[in-house]
Design a protein around this ligand. Structure first.
Ligand SMILES: Nc1ncnc2c1ncn2[C@@H]1O[C@H](COP(=O)(O)OP(=O)(O)OP(=O)(O)O)[C@@H](O)[C@H]1O
Ligand SMILES: [Mg+2]
Length: 507
């Protein structure tokens, strides 16, 4: 079905249908009705496999998918879709309390996410935003993401008014101020820095701050995510490769270390670096020379290394997934950014900062923030930290029609706000609330107890524990890996092993 139409305001032309994927028939009907009322052509799908088949055959302007579905999750569908066509915007629908998954979805290229329950206006607003971004820029979402940075709707640097690009670290917190003083003091040295903090706390921002305060500031700052690439590609991305070093190495390639020469390299998510590469990195840090893959010469590099991780890296050392010698080599200057819930004093100044930033970016008059908004923000348990606050304030600016941002502009339902407020004091720094029961496939509450028959092997017991934990987290692998105390890479490898052995992985 291909329809050409104009929206109510006469500016949105959508040729291809919106694909809506949800296993709950009521949700499919409600979303379809809402979309059709606004004149969008719609196609429906009841699971990720069917949706992917449809996606392969037809053209769509946008995909909206539920996150938690039997067999394949919305996150897996997102990755499949991005692998086929990175330009199609995908919006994820998440349940309350799955903010980690939502953040992970954003990292995997989701255009946006919306938490259930949501209202009609919010839903249509997000859809219009996704479609209009695509149209206005005349490019696919892969490019938009590059330009808008991490898909949160931020404009490319050259489109942002002057003064907002300073990437300032906003804080009034004493611990943070002390940390920034330390950062300034150590910036001029070449010593390795290890920043270990929760997701969204500003690790990359701090790394840039250190670079900007060093005498390398006019040299490159190069970042690489160690979790994003498979081992062989990561090696050639880091160290470069010679022409013909492997199939596909058509040209010579300068790796990130060479690109960062004279400047700073940020090794993001360092805990996810495979052990074999850790050995190579250690050698680079000892000798400050690199060997390109397939090359014969050794190239000297002058690079300041900053590594970041969301994990406690020493625990990875204890579990032998991270080399102890590399840990000590990197951890010359350890730094920890406090999570936002431990610097509540920063919430309101950061909220005001982001409101100003997004009002200017979107050419809107600067709105006030209602006191109730500040109260809600103050009491919220910021598991997604500053990134989550930034996303919420950006939306609030876009949703705010009048002169004041109100609680309804936060897109947090009263229920989720109350739940968040109620759970906030009980949740300690890195502690995650335990899950005591889970809904089985037929909707029944099932206690989270793992009964093991005596007589099974350790490997079998491990498999059962992994499966049960994944069911508990609704297939959220990051969360499952956290609960199990293993890296996401180890979990992925184990699931692949089970899959190869003929197991159905249907989380
Ligand atoms: N103190 C701050 N002042 C202003 N903006 C901030 C501050 N801290 C973080 N941010 C903003 O919050 C977002 C997340 O920060 P950043 O990417 O540095 O976090 P991170 O810890 O590296 O996250 P992740 O672990 O997910 O990679 C960015 O847009 C950043 O500019
Ligand atoms: Mg980061």
């Amino acid at each position: 079905m291909v329809v050409k139409l104009t929206d109510m305001k006469g500016k949105m032309v959508v040729k291809d249908p919106v694909l809506v994927v949800d296993d709950e028939v009521e949700m499919r009907i409600a979303m379809s009705a809402a979309l059709k009322r606004c004149g969008y052509p719609v196609e429906l799908s009841h699971n990720a496999i069917d949706a992917l088949n449809k996606f392969r055959k037809n053209k769509y302007s946008l995909v909206i998918t539920d996150m938690t579905m039997p067999k394949r999750s919305g996150l897996e569908l997102l990755k499949d879709i991005k692998a086929i066509n990175p330009d199609i915007p995908v919006i994820l629908i998440t349940a309350y309390g799955t903010i980690d998954t939502a953040i992970s979805a954003m990292k995997h290229g989701a255009f946006d996410y919306v938490q259930k329950p949501f209202d009609f206006d919010t839903f249509i607003f997000l859809i219009e935003r996704a479609l209009s971004f695509k149209r206005e820029l005349g490019v696919g979402t892969a490019k938009i993401e590059e330009r808008l940075k991490k898909g949160t709707g931020k404009k490319a640097d050259d489109e942002i008014p002057e003064g907002l690009l300073t990437k300032e670290i906003i804080t009034d917190d004493l611990n943070m101020k002390h940390l920034l003083d330390v950062a300034k003091n150590v910036a001029p040295s070449k010593a390795c820095i290890l920043i270990q903090s929760e997701s969204g706390t500003g690790k990359e921002l701090l790394a840039r701050f250190i670079h900007n305060h060093s005498d390398r500031a006019d040299r490159p700052f190069v970042a690489i995510n160690c979790a994003a690439l498979p081992e062989n590609l990561l090696e050639s991305e880091l160290f470069g490769h010679k022409k013909g070093a492997f199939t596909g190495a058509i040209n010579e390639h300068r790796g990130k270390f060479e690109q960062a020469n004279g400047g700073t390299i940020l090794l993001d998510e360092i805990s996810e670096m495979p052990l074999s590469l850790q050995a190579k990195l250690l050698r680079v840090l000892q000798e400050y020379t690199i060997d390109r893959v397939g090359g014969s010469e050794t190239i000297a590099v002058d690079v300041r290394v900053i590594a970041t991780t969301n994990r406690v890296l020493l625990e990875c050392v204890e579990k032998q997934t991270f080399r102890e010698d590399l840990y000590f080599r990197l951890n010359v200057i350890p730094m920890v950014l406090p999570p936002l819930r431990d610097r509540k004093g920063d919430v309101s100044i950061l909220a005001s900062y982001f409101v100003e930033k997004y009002a200017r970016i979107n050419n809107k008059p600067l709105p006030e923030i209602h006191d109730d908004v500040l109260k809600v923000l103050q009491n919220y348990n910021w598991r997604g930290n500053i990134r989550e606050l930034e996303n919420i304030m950006e939306r609030a600016v876009l949703l705010c029609n009048g002169e004041t941002i109100t609680v309804s502009n936060l897109l947090m339902t009263p229920v989720s706000i109350q739940q968040a407020v109620a759970s906030a004091p009980r949740t300690a720094a890195s502690e995650k609330p335990p899950v005591e029961s889970v809904k089985s496939k037929d909707g029944e509450e099932e206690p989270m107890i793992l009964a093991l028959k005596v007589g099974i092997s350790m490997a079998e017991a491990e498999k059962q524990l992994i499966f049960k934990t994944l069911r508990q987290t609704n297939g959220n692998r990051t969360r499952a890996a956290e609960i199990l105390g293993i890296s996401i890479r180890t979990l992925r490898n184990k699931l692949n092993e089970y899959k190869d052995a003929g197991e159905t992985i249907d989380f």
